[in-house]
Design a binder for this molecule. Structure first.
Ligand SMILES: Nc1ncnc2c1ncn2[C@@H]1O[C@H](COP(=O)(O)OP(=O)(O)OP(=O)(O)O)[C@@H](O)[C@H]1O
Ligand SMILES: [Mg+2]
Length: 256
């Protein structure tokens, strides 16, 4: 039986205030299973990034709750945590990958991967460096570890960003259009990597506009005007081809 890992309960989010108050998320209920691989899709401006930031604690909610409830450990309502505890939880238990990689320009690729690791465990630098080197090997860019980030391609930098996201062995990995800036072949390589990350048991939630990217996932949630307008799950035993076909047809019927 699957267990719930991340639960959004009646999440509202508005920007601005007074007459300029703009509601963006309208009471989202979303429960994500432990180990699931979920794509959030929907038109531009429908609130996908906002939802991702709200459920990952990167942004606060206007109303409602988000609870992290991993199997075997205590549930934490992340919407009730003080900023400091929330920052620590994000650092230790969540990894983030964005469309534009947020790597630091004055550091090597290796040091970019190491940084969140030593921030989490400052007294274990040697272990962190070992782990970072292993991760760079795994994502296929070990030979670039000493390079400056200006000396790598977009696909290589996204690999580095994935290594960085994994340095603290997070239980959850979030991506906001992680393949959005890449060509189709490079996007496929990045999705293969994220599928491996998921196969290790990490829950992966990503936003994408691309049905080919979404087909790597096992569940697709469509947002429209800040409400959930569709939720499709791959059935057990469904072949890759059949799932990709069903998903493409379903997305068309949902106007996506
Ligand atoms: N910080 C902000 N302040 C004010 N409005 C915002 C802010 N962030 C997002 N919005 C608004 O909220 C709505 C949803 O934005 P969001 O970025 O979540 O959409 P999206 O579905 O991710 O779109 P896209 O596919 O273009 O990335 C938009 O109308 C946007 O202008
Ligand atoms: Mg967005």
């Amino acid at each position: 039986m699957s267990t719930q890992h991340l639960i959004a309960d009646n999440v509202w989010k508005s920007f601005g205030h007074d007459e300029a108050l703009t509601p963006v998320l309208h009471g989202i209920d979303l429960s994500i299973d432990q180990g699931d691989f979920v794509a959030i899709m929907g038109p531009s401006g429908s609130g996908k990034s906002t939802l991702l930031y709200c459920v990952s604690g990167m942004d606060d909610v206007s109303d409602g709750t988000v609870t992290l409830s991993p199997a075997g450990s205590e549930a934490v309502e992340i919407t009730a945590l003080p900023q400091r505890d929330l920052a620590a939880l994000r650092l230790n238990r969540m990894g983030f990958v964005f469309q534009q990689v947020h790597l630091l320009r004055n550091l090597t690729i290796l040091d970019n991967v190491v940084l969140p690791g030593v921030t989490a465990t400052p007294d274990r630098r040697a272990d962190v460096v070992d782990r970072a080197l292993q991760l760079l090997e795994r994502v296929g860019i070990a030979e670039l570890s000493d390079r400056d980030i200006t000396q790598a391609s977009g696909g290589q930098l996204q690999r580095a960003a994935i290594a960085r996201a994994l340095i603290n062995e997070p239980e959850l990995v979030f991506g906001d259009e992680p393949t959005g800036a890449l060509n189709a072949a490079t996007a496929a390589e990045i999705m293969e990597l994220l599928a491996e990350v998921n196969a290790e048991g990490r829950t992966v939630v990503l936003v994408t506009h691309d049905p080919v990217v979404a087909a790597y996932c096992r569940r697709v949630v469509v947002l429209r005007d800040g409400v959930i307008d569709g939720d499709l799950r791959r059935t057990d035993g469904e072949t890759d081809e059949s799932w990709a076909d069903n998903l493409a047809g379903w997305l068309i019927s949902h106007g996506t």
